[in-house]
Design a protein around this ligand. Structure first.
Ligand code: 1PX
Length: 215
């Protein structure tokens, strides 16, 4: 029973990790940010193998950031703020076209950051959905309003196809493992403002430094 209990995981815990990444002075801690993403990927993997091309890319980007954290310059990567400062001050970012730094922390994190906007929009739709709402429709609307604008046609096409494989709302709520639908809705209501804040703090930082279009 203990082993089974261990395997079960609740999306609540995942979203709580995002809570932990924001410090009082509004710095975003990279280790917790990455931990939040790991949890999301784990959740996505439990939805089936159609999503593996998406999780592969996410895992790849998570790993790049972890490598920075574990490198000898890791101390500069403790927060997103210090990472941006360090990479810009030392010219470690490709600003206009891809070239010398395909694995900069700044451009790698930007991809996850854009995906966080998708998550925000999707979770908000889930939260306000009704029994007959379609998860695939909510997912693709959220995608079209956010991430898709940064993806070429072929990726948009593949993503759109994967969305059809999403379980229906009832089953989706089950997999989230938070409780009955009312509890899911309440949990999302608690978690959303924090996710939005992490998103906004990062967005502002990137905007101030002209990093929102990094190649
Ligand atoms: C209760 C809901 C929880 C759901 C959790 C799901 C977590 C989703 C994690 C998605 C992470 C996607 C990261 C994508 C980063 C990206 O945009 N990469 C592209 C650009 O990278 P590059 O290095 O070339 O500049 C890259 O081309 C991406 C390829 C993979 C396809 C990305 C499709 C993204 C769809 C997002 C929606 C996920 C739907 C999951 C359903 C639950």
């Amino acid at each position: 029973a203990v082993a089974l209990e261990d395997q079960k995981f609740s999306l609540q815990e995942v979203l709580d990790t995002f809570k932990l990444c924001l410090s009082e002075n509004k710095e975003v801690h990279l280790e917790q940010y990455v931990a939040g993403w790991r949890g999301l990927v784990r959740f996505m993997n439990s939805l089936g193998s159609v999503f593996s091309f998406i999780s592969k890319d996410a895992v790849n980007k998570i790993q790049i950031l972890v490598n920075h954290l574990n490198s000898e310059t890791g101390a500069h990567y403790v927060t997103i703020q210090s990472m941006v400062r360090y990479e810009l001050d030392n010219q470690l970012v490709d600003l206009t076209k891809r070239g010398s730094f395909p694995e900069s922390g700044c451009r790698t994190l930007l991809r996850l950051h854009r995906a966080l906007r998708w998550l925000e929009l999707f979770l908000e739709r889930l939260r306000t959905s009704t029994e007959d709402s379609k998860t695939s429709a909510m997912c693709s609307e959220a995608y079209n309003e956010s991430l898709s604008q940064h993806h070429p046609w072929i990726i948009r096409k593949a993503a759109g196809t994967a969305f059809w494989a999403l379980p229906g709302r009832a089953q989706f709520f089950d997999v989230m493992n938070v409780g009955v639908p009312d509890q899911v809705v309440a949990m999302l209501g608690d978690a959303m403002p924090l996710i939005s804040e992490v998103y906004q703090v990062t967005e502002d930082l990137y905007a101030q430094n002209n990093l929102l279009e990094l190649p």
